[in-house]
Ligand binder design. Sequence first.
Ligand code: S3P
Length: 171
Amino acid sequence: MKIFLIGFMGSGKSTVGVDLAHILGYRFIDLDEYIEQKHNLSIKLIFETKGEDYFRMIENETLKEVCSFEGDFVISSGGGTSCFYNNIDYMNRNGITVYLRAEVSTLVARLIESKVDRPLLWGKTKDELNEYIIRVLNERKKYYEKAQVIIDADNVNPKDLAQLIISTVNI
Ligand code: S3P
């Protein structure tokens, strides 16, 4: 079984993914980390030196590469992965997609703490971050909502969220 965690930046995909994979005894792959290792460059530097279009292209290529791996795994995708190159349809065909849905206020509170490592959020004040999240989430939600399973991820700790995913997906 291949489980794809999708959702906006700050929705908890990577943290929950580690716990979920651990509980299930599956391999865990963080797509952003895999891209960084493969290209020997941080996501930040890829955006800075090659631009977002290039990043989206290698993100699509890497998703396909990783999907060809044998065995069970949990993949934490990047926040934009589902929204480019029909990746959401590709993930839906290749496994189970789980959308970790979170409220704007939850995302703002988490992202204000970790925006330095996220090129799309650089230099934004709290108000700008709030506006950005409302706008981009609104554009992206049509992709996220194509997931086979939608889980409300506000106010749930990662371990409970992993258990909630297991019981909802019925693994
Ligand atoms: C992005 C989300 C990031 C990373 C890149 C672009 C996005 O992943 O892939 O900075 O477009 O939302 P996380 O969701 O893991 O932060």
